[in-house]
Ligand binder design. Structure first.
Ligand SMILES: NC(=O)c1ccc[n+]([C@@H]2O[C@H](COP(=O)([O-])OP(=O)(O)OC[C@H]3O[C@@H](n4cnc5c(N)ncnc54)[C@H](O)[C@@H]3O)[C@@H](O)[C@H]2O)c1
Length: 269
């Protein structure tokens, strides 16, 4: 497969999309932007909802690959998750199939395995094939997206790298994030690897930096050629002084998904 050049970035107005709009073009990508929200300073961006199949058909025309970030990124009522994340992701894959797009990078989430107990002490890293244990309707929708991607590979030959993103923000802001943080620069490195690795078929990876306190196995991401350069450890002393260490007895700290397991942050209605 020739290296993709023109890439549709869905969710381009969001937190990660905004970061990647800056960080991906230096790798040589020409980004086509899509979001339900208009993007200031980007007059050519496509403003469309994922339910608008005609707009998606137009958006995917002529692109080499898709980075699918758009969707609800927190817990929300099931009906909203169904429309944006489940039907919306289906619409993206259908548009890709119709247009002959051969590679999609899907923003999955650690919340697919959110109810997995977090490693403590010398516990081994969480492997990729740990059973899925979604912690929210949001996590369930990402599990659906992974299965949808596998189906479109098996049935239609569309390759996907599904990235179970930890948390991709400029800096870690919680003690939990010390274990799952993916620096924006590492996020761009991983997206680039996911777009360019050969013969990925359907591949799932965890997405984070090389954190000292890492909870999961990054070997499948590294197998794509991803070499993380960052580590959250320089932020550790300050965050632990402010928030304290994670406590095994605290239900918000017991699982990979953190407070999504107990008191998930809800998307505004
Ligand atoms: N940022 C992280 O740490 C993180 C962690 C795990 C997974 N993810 C996933 O990565 C993706 C990007 O995350 P983010 O933090 O940038 O989220 P975000 O909420 O900041 O951005 C999501 C974007 O998608 C757009 N969107 C939502 N529903 C849409 C629809 N129906 N049609 C068109 N656009 C729609 C929103 O307008 C928004 O701009 C999401 O799919 C999220 O679930 C992110």
């Amino acid at each position: 497969m020739p290296a993709p050049r023109t890439v549709l970035l869905t969710g381009a107005a969001g937190g990660m999309g905004t970061l990647m709009r800056e960080l991906l073009p230096p790798y040589g990508y020409q980004l086509r932007l899509l979001d339900q929200l208009p993007i200031e300073g980007e007059p050519e961006a496509i403003t469309a909802d994922l339910s608008d199949r005609d707009a998606l058909r137009e958006a995917v025309r002529g692109v080499d690959a898709i980075i699918h970030l758009a969707g609800i990124s927190l817990e929300a009522p099931f009906e909203k998750i169904l429309r944006a994340n489940i039907e919306g992701t289906y619409n993206v894959y259908e548009a890709a199939r119709e247009a002959g797009v051969r590679r999609i990078v899907f923003a999955s989430s650690n919340h697919v395995v959110g109810f997995t107990p977090r490693p403590v002490g010398d516990d081994p890293l969480i492997p990729l094939d740990t059973p899925r244990r979604p912690d929210t309707y949001y996590g369930l929708s990402k599990a659906f997206g992974e299965d949808l991607a596998a189906f479109y590979w098996d049935k239609h030959g569309i390759e996907t790298v599904a990235i179970r993103i930890g948390s991709c923000f400029p800096e870690p802001t919680t003690v939990r994030m010390l274990s799952i943080w993916m620096s924006p620069a590492d996020g761009a490195r991983l997206l680039h690897a996911a777009l360019t690795a050969e013969n990925v078929g359907f591949t799932t990876v965890y997405g984070s930096s090389a954190n000292t306190r890492l909870w999961w196995d990054l070997s499948s991401a590294r197998a794509l050629g991803y070499e993380p350069q960052d580590d959250s450890e320089p932020y550790a002393a300050k965050l632990i002084a402010e928030q304290g260490e994670l406590e095994p007895g605290n239900p918000d700290h017991a699982y990979l998904g953190g407070a999504f397991c107990t008191n998930p942050p809800i998307w505004p209605r």
